[in-house]
Design a protein around this ligand. Sequence first.
Ligand code: HH2
Length: 292
Amino acid sequence: MTWGDTHELRLGHALQGGRRLLEWQGPALVGVLNVTPDSFSDAGHHAGSAQAVAAGLRLRDEGALIVDVGGESTRPGATGVDEDEELRRVLGVVEALAGEGVVVSIDTRKPRVAAAALKVGAAIVNDVGGLANPDMARACADAGAAVIVVHMQGEPRTMQADPEYHDVVSQVERFLLERARAAMEAGVSSVVIDPGIGFGKNLGHNLTLLGATGRLAAHAYPVMVGASRKSFIGQITSEEVATQRVPGSVAAHLWAAANGAALLRVHDVAAHAQALAVWGAIETVGSGGRKT
Ligand code: HH2
């Protein structure tokens, strides 16, 4: 990681993904690489594989510990993509990035896509379906891959229609812990939990869940938070253009980092790396000031 020598006081995290043991201190960045024609904030940016690979290497160079490659948009209203098309979009990109030494996570809900990506070098599966498909945990266990279990209420096509919870934190927490335990029982050795900001949640749900980052982080699993450019930031700030939501994204992620998030899934890696470097320096070197 790129925080110089100031990180020894931070919380240590580890993930076993295939043959790779990934260890880091404090919050780390996961760079988003969407190879889709319809993602909500970066659709069609990486039309060809070569462009996508270059973008992935740039994310790594800017400070991403992991690059998350996705071939299916899960934005609200998205209708899903067929398996062969998703494989066509992601496999070459995953293989090339892994070949360059990048730690790759594959963002998919399909066990066959996950298995194929793991075979060509991905180390982690990021399942926004929260292991809804029972074959997913087995595919990850067989490959020795780490899993990111995400909470989503409903399906992307309809999830933002009118999401309802009686106690959003307890319900999301219970879901994540149950699915994480199921993954471990299926033989997965490393599990990350993610409350799924924007996946079947209204503004109040998203803010309440971000506010509960510390509660989620108190369990045995590293917590990932993905607030990057999402519409709740637009709702708070009236910024309608997703790419203009970088300051709001940084604010949400720093808040989550300060409350124990281990992984921050972001589109704008350079901006977040700078923010984390400054926050980390104050947190570590400046924390003595709290005592006086
Ligand atoms: N959010 C998105 C996709 N994958 N994975 C995790 N673990 N957590 C998230 O919050 C998360 C995720 C949605 O963002 P994006 O990939 O930018 O958009 P799209 O789904 O339209 O490609």
